[in-house]
Design a protein around this ligand. Sequence first.
Ligand code: ADP
Ligand code: MG
Length: 320
Amino acid sequence: MRKRKMAEFDLIETFFNQQKQNRNDVIIGIGDDCAVTYIPHNQQLAITTDTLVSGVHFPENTSAYDIGYKSLAVNLSDLAAMGATPAWATLALTLPDENTAWLTEFSRGFFALANQYDMQLIGGDTTRGPLTITITAHGFLPKQHALLRSGAKPNDLIYVTNQLGDAGLALLFLQKKISLSPNNQNAALTKLNRPEPQIEMGIQLRDMANAAIDISDGLAADLGHVLEKSHVGATLYVDQIPLSSALRESLPIDDAITLALTAGDDYELCFTISPEKEKLLANTNGTYTKIGVITAATGLNLQFSDGRKYHGNTKGYQHF
Ligand code: ADP
Ligand code: MG
């Protein structure tokens, strides 16, 4: 093993071993060869990992705060899609240099979100190289209560939380392909850089929904995964997809729908629920919109509410 530089030890202590409140299910956190934890009685562990590479998963000039926040948020979004309650995270950080200003802001963004969900950073790894962030998030699920991609049934109603397409709008703006009013710029960039993982909604849906997925690759692709895993199809009413006012004001409606269907990075939930349980949604405190129905016949049928077929793009937005 190579000789440890003092700076690396200091860096971990200063920037990552800083949580004041520690969870009582963590026996050993940062500082030993492994973290050691307790799993609550009758709970199962949900584990997910996502890597973010600079210039690939976020533009190179993204603020360090936003990178710290978003790296954790995309992992929390996966926990949300399973209905899991967040508990712990590990962080593997590859850095081009020891830029303390950058690390201060990165860890501020990371811990802002971690503390919001009472999550503890329990370990990680720090290496030198092109900026890359890999986070593993752990959460709890009551036994056999995970929300799976495979549970959708014919006649289930298809819902999404909040609004879709804003992250894609922000990316078009950053790529200088469109211009946006200051207000819409702000709204879209916030959605891109500070997505709000739908943790509370995921937990509430755990005993209501039949299937769920988080929308990271665009609604068409992610709903496609649910259909495939559940061996069903769907009819989706593209004019019922919830779009923000920023998106509706900034693009022609056809392009707005294409972004919502294909752009991804929204981190909303798409879930299916039986007609009998649909009324239970009123007991949740989330925002959700019905956009379609699961069919026994396989395939994704995209149409308008009046029955016209949708012939737009579902695989990307190269036409911009
Ligand atoms: P080892 O060489 O045994 O793998 P490391 O020197 O990589 O240990 O890490 C020392 C301790 O610091 C370990 O507990 C590890 O989990 C933690 N750690 C290292 N990097 C990070 C990081 N970026 N965030 C959180 N904890 C970290
Ligand atoms: Mg190590």
